[in-house]
Write a protein that binds this ligand. Structure first.
Ligand SMILES: [Zn+2]
Length: 163
């Protein structure tokens, strides 16, 4: 993805107040390998239930504040709804996003299961076993990446609906 600046990200939040945006902690943007990211996702170390996602949607930065469920999934495996990677259940968390605009003011939110560390872009770049390499690792990763973006777009559309 194209790099996002501190200002881009703070101005991008569609479901939070400007006061929340101002005090949002950001990850070290200089350390981000942007060309290997479809979205930037991070948790708030000072407020563990909080998470954030920012990415480019139709040429402009769009960011969401997410709230992680207090209860963790236990046992078995779970699938992230954004990257579709099956993982041990404890590594996938239910996140809810308050909807934008009036729907959000009424208390409406939408939820989905996402990688707990909000690092889908790293996971989709882990190469599958050689026998699954059809046609090539680069193509496999590019396909996963475009599907990841489609799924984020769909989730963000639900947050923005009727806003
Ligand atoms: Zn994921």
């Amino acid at each position: 993805m194209k790099p996002l600046t501190d200002t881009d990200i703070r101005d991008s939040l569609v479901n939070a107040s400007s006061a929340e945006a101002a005090k949002m902690p950001l990850p070290g943007l200089h350390e981000v390998v942007w060309q290997e990211r479809e979205y930037l996702g991070w948790r708030d170390p000072g407020s563990p239930q909080r998470g954030y996602i920012a990415y480019w949607r139709d040429g402009r930065p769009v960011g969401l504040v997410l709230r992680a469920a207090e209860t963790r999934l236990r046992g078995g495996s779970a699938i992230c709804s954004l990257c579709n990677t099956p993982q041990p259940a404890g590594q996938v968390t239910m996140f809810t996003a308050q909807r934008a605009g009036r729907a959000g003011e009424r208390g409406d939110s939408v939820g989905t299961y996402i990688c707990a560390d909000l690092a889908c872009s790293l996971l989709i770049r882990i190469a599958p076993p050689q026998y699954e390499m059809q046609p090539s690792p680069d193509v496999v990763v590019a396909t996963r990446a475009s599907r990841l973006v489609e799924r984020i777009d769909n989730f963000v559309s639900r947050v923005l609906e009727d806003a």
